[in-house]
Design a protein around this ligand. Structure first.
Ligand code: AMP
Length: 438
């Protein structure tokens, strides 16, 4: 319990996104929406709170997420609830619960929002983090995998990113995986004493996850283990070859990484990650794959699926690191007024500008011109409109370009049009940062 008057701080692993940071977050979200909608995806919003069983059943009861990272609590009526650690399970639950499958065809859905995992916080790893994700439900066609990967690469390019790598693998299906797991278990039996204690446990409970181990000393042993890519059934092999073949056709570069298994149990066939060299230790910017049996696992009809989740915190970090987006001045217009007679026309003008969607600031009280210009500079206003008693009398206000310093008198009636023209199309909505990726 905190003592009275003691400063209350944010919860460890959570953070505030301050106004200096949010324009970049908004920009990333806007671009994601634009690209997803160009591929005919539609938004879905699901609750942050779900029944604990949803994740235990889908993500997997032996995964790190379920065993140690979930924020789970008993509600007042003893129901076990969990703050969602990811959203694919929720999207599939909603798809089943609302009978979307009855509409037939393929459902293409996207979402934004916070996720919660009790991990050890560090740069790029938080306990409340944000994901931008998309799911395609209702078909197991390999072209879906390819199209979604193409869409992701387009999004990253639109955000001006160049230094990223698409890593690809297949983890097989319930037909070929058991046979492979037998081989893997057998191989592990011979070497597991040389592995870390986590891997010794995984060798028993979830041997595939051993391949995902990051402990340096384990690597020489892991490199000699059998990989599932060499043990796929003919259907899975064909699926994988179709995906890689179509990626080649579309000019999407990728690297096949047979060790890539990912941390969630529901994946089948294609799995992938996109990493960025700009991220340091936590270099996975996004990940995803196919999950053909997930709907059945959650009590639904067969509904093959493919999807991904982008770590928005990491995406924003990468965009910042690469300085790929230039943000424009945050404010379009500052209205400086002097003398009581100027107050009303100034207030009316500010209101008119704001109604046009042009970001505008105006002082509450009158002040000297020099002080007003100082404030306009501090706010990084693109333009200042100066209205004194003389300007009111003449019906012509002064319009000052704060970048060039150029100043001219403009007929008050023409002023909004003049500002709009000066701001140009890209700045119509005032505060919107530049959409020009380099
Ligand atoms: P996953 O849902 O585990 O497949 O993760 C997908 C993406 O979410 C990762 O590639 C990360 O970019 C991001 N992510 C996962 N966990 C965290 C975390 N604790 N903090 C920040 N980003 C995360």
């Amino acid at each position: 319990m905190s003592k009275k008057n003691e400063l209350i701080q944010s919860v460890k692993g959570t953070r505030d996104l301050l106004p200096g940071e949010t324009p970049l977050w908004q920009r990333v979200e806007e671009e994601a929406r634009r690209v997803f909608e160009a591929y005919n995806f539609r938004e879905i919003r699901t609750p942050i709170l779900e029944q604990t069983a949803l994740f235990a059943r889908s993500v997997g009861s032996d995964t790190d997420i379920v065993t140690k990272e979930m924020y789970t609590f008993e509600d007042r009526d003893s129901e076990s609830l969990t703050l969602r650690p990811e959203a694919t399970a929720s999207v599939v639950r909603a798809y089943i619960e609302h009978g979307l499958y009855n509409e037939g065809g393929v459902h293409k859905l996207y979402y934004f929002g916070p996720m919660f995992r009790r991990e050890r916080p560090q740069k790029g790893r938080y306990r409340q983090f944000y994901q931008i994700g998309a799911e395609v439900l209702g078909s197991d066609h390999p072209t879906i995998d390819t199209e979604v990967l193409e869409m992701l690469v387009l999004l990253l390019e639109r955000l001006g990113l160049k230094e990223f790598k698409l890593l690809l693998n297949s983890v097989g299906c319930p037909k070929c995986r058991p046979e492979y797991l037998k081989k893997l278990r057998h191989a592990l039996d011979a070497v597991k004493t040389k592995l870390c204690t986590d891997c010794q446990r995984r060798a028993q409970t979830n041997p595939l996850r051993v391949l995902d181990c990051k402990v340096e000393a384990d690597q020489p042993v892991i490199e000699k283990l059998p990989y599932i890519l060499d043990h796929l059934c003919s259907e899975c092999r064909q699926h994988f070859e179709c995906v890689t073949g179509e990626l080649d056709e579309r000019g999407v570069a990728y690297e096949i990484v047979p060790r890539l298994v990912r941390g969630l149990d529901y994946y089948t066939r294609t799995t992938f990650e996109i990493t960025s060299g700009l991220l340091g230790a936590q270099n996975a910017m996004l990940g995803g794959g196919r999950y053909d049996g997930l709907s059945e696992m959650l009590g639904g009809p067969p509904a093959p699926g493919f999807g991904f989740a982008i770590g928005q915190d990491r995406l924003v970090l990468t965009v910042e690191e690469s300085a790929a987006l230039k943000m424009k001045a945050p404010l379009a217009v500052y209205v400086a007024w002097m003398g009581e007679a100027a107050r009303e026309p100034a207030v009316r003008l500010a209101c008119q500008l704001r109604r046009e969607g042009i970001s505008t600031e105006i002082s509450f009280q009158q002040m000297k011109l020099k002080k007003s210009l100082g404030i306009a500079n501090k706010l990084q206003a693109r333009h200042t409109i100066i209205i004194g008693e003389e300007e009111v009398a003449s019906g012509h206000y002064q319009l000052k370009d704060m970048e060039t310093g150029e100043q001219r008198a403009v007929d008050a009636v023409q002023l909004v049009a003049a500002i709009k023209e000066k701001l140009g199309e890209t700045f119509q909505s005032g505060r919107a940062p530049s959409s020009q990726a380099k």
